[in-house]
Write a protein that binds this ligand. Structure first.
Ligand code: ADP
Length: 450
């Protein structure tokens, strides 16, 4: 502000000096031709009275003699200058007898003759105003800074409030209240975006947390039944002496329940490791026909025991896919076990292995109880068992298909189901062949630990 005012005042002074020079120039034009040199000072003096403060000037001709020198100029001893048409007008500030003077020296031309015109003005009063203004500014400055600081603090506090709100809400969110959400500011700005992103993350975390809690609850529930059977049977054994056959029967029951428990724990472990990405699956070229043959061996026995007709067909002699042999066998066994489990005696189960240009296609078809259309979207969910399956007297925990699907995903394979309630089901697995482009790409990825 101070510099601005100072520059404005200096401009104003210089402008006035320049206007006064113009006035003198004009005066010379009008009066020089008509007056003798002796008459001129009186004319000049009259001219000086036109403007207040306009008497500070002097005019010199090219011979160095004064055309006019105002009495106050004589008193202030401002040195004269010979006219020089090549010299541009020159401003200077000088000090005389305790006064600050601003002087403009310029050369003007009248009737082909050059004259040096010097006009001056006392600038002390203006500089005094300027100096007072400077002190006022300096005196006000601390208050202005204080008010600006306080205002800034208040404003930044207001601007940061949503951030503090978000932080304090986020601070209070734990596993106990994962359903809590951050307030979304009304303004469409970065904070709103941040709140929405964090809320989306909370939704994902809540979902994952709920799935884990549900998984733990379901797992405990499933384990409780066989463990309870083992415990009560053992208590019965110890209760009193019994005939050997009764003991044998009861111990066999314990054995069966132990096997069920072991299988359940193994399945749970498989899924827990899968979730933690802790299972290493090495994809190597294997003959899928071999894997299917191995899986069939156990299935044939089971089918015989349940009085089912079991058949299989394998079109190609050899089908090389990139797979982890044990896992692939486990997938096929899950499908065969289910087909056998959920088909009543007298029904049939058929396995077919075919191939097209890029894929091995395995189909397990049964004439069993089928799956209701409302159950179909859920059969790959953990612990899900359709009502018609639960009503049957067969073991099951609802973990077979989730494991099968996880194995399929590890092999870049796909499982599809077609089923009609009461008529039967067909599960189809498609595994990419080793010599396809997809497999070559996958070979590279299979070296990465998953
Ligand atoms: P489970 O141990 O119950 O067999 P799965 O995960 O293997 O668990 O299967 C989930 C559910 O899918 C079964 O409980 C059953 O309802 C249904 N399911 C699977 N395979 C068949 C099939 N071949 N026929 C009829 N229902 C089936």
């Amino acid at each position: 502000m101070y510099l601005g005012v100072r520059t404005a005042i200096q401009h104003m002074i210089d402008h006035e000096l320049s206007a006064r020079t113009e006035g003198v120039h004009d005066f010379l034009w009008r009066h020089l031709p008509w007056h003798t040199r002796a008459e001129l000072p009186r004319e000049f003096l009259e001219h000086s009275g036109i403007h207040p403060g306009g008497d500070l000037y002097q005019v010199m001709d090219s011979s160095g003699s004064w055309l006019y020198q105002a009495p106050s100029m004589t008193r202030l001893q401002i040195p004269g200058e010979l006219p020089d048409s090549s010299r541009p007008p020159r401003y200077m500030t000088i000090e005389r007898q305790g006064n600050d003077l601003r002087v403009l020296s310029s050369t003007v031309e009248v009737s082909k003759k050059y004259y040096s015109v010097q006009v001056a003005t006392v600038v002390n009063p203006l500089y005094a105003v300027l100096s007072r203004f400077k002190w006022i500014v300096l005196a006000i400055l601390p208050f202005v800074l204080l008010i600006a600081g306080m205002g800034g603090y208040w404003l930044s506090g207001r601007a940061m409030k949503p951030v503090y709100d978000i932080a304090s809400t986020a601070h209070g969110i734990s596993e106990q209240n994962l359903s809590k959400r951050l307030a979304v500011p009304l303004a469409d700005d970065e904070l709103r975006h941040l709140s929405e992103t964090l809320n989306a993350m909370l939704i994902r975390l809540e979902g994952a947390f709920r799935r884990i809690t549900q998984f733990t609850a379901d797992a405990s529930h499933e384990l409780r039944t066989p463990v309870a059977v083992i415990r009560t049977t053992s208590e019965l054994i110890l209760e009193r002496h019994r005939p050997v056959e009764e003991y044998e029967e009861m111990v066999r029951k314990i054995l069966v329940e132990s096997e069920i428990t072991t299988e359940l724990i193994e399945n749970l472990l498989t899924l827990a490791r899968a979730d933690a990405n802790a299972t290493q699956i090495n994809l190597l070229p294997v003959d899928m026909c071999d894997v299917v043959r191995e899986a069939i061996l156990g299935a044939q026995l089971l089918a015989e025991r349940r009085k089912l007709e079991f058949s299989s067909s394998m079109e190609p002699e050899e089908l090389i896919v990139l797979a982890d042999k044990q896992s692939l066998r486990r997938l096929i066994v899950v499908l065969l076990d289910n087909a056998i489990k959920y088909t009543a005696p007298g029904g049939s189960v058929h396995l077919a292995l075919k191939s097209n240009a890029t894929q091995a296609v395995l189909e397990v078809k049964d004439t069993g109880i089928g799956i209701a259309s409302e159950d179909l979207p859920h059969i790959f969910d953990r612990f899900y068992r359709a009502a018609n399956a639960r009503n049957l007297d067969v073991d099951g925990s609802g973990l077979g298909l989730p494991i099968a699907q996880w194995i399929a995903s590890m092999h870049y394979a796909n499982i599809e189901v077609i089923s009609v309630l009461g008529q039967g089901s067909a599960f189809q697995v498609t595994v990419p062949l080793d010599d396809s482009g997809v497999i070559k790409f996958d070979t590279l990825r299979s070296t990465v630990s998953r």
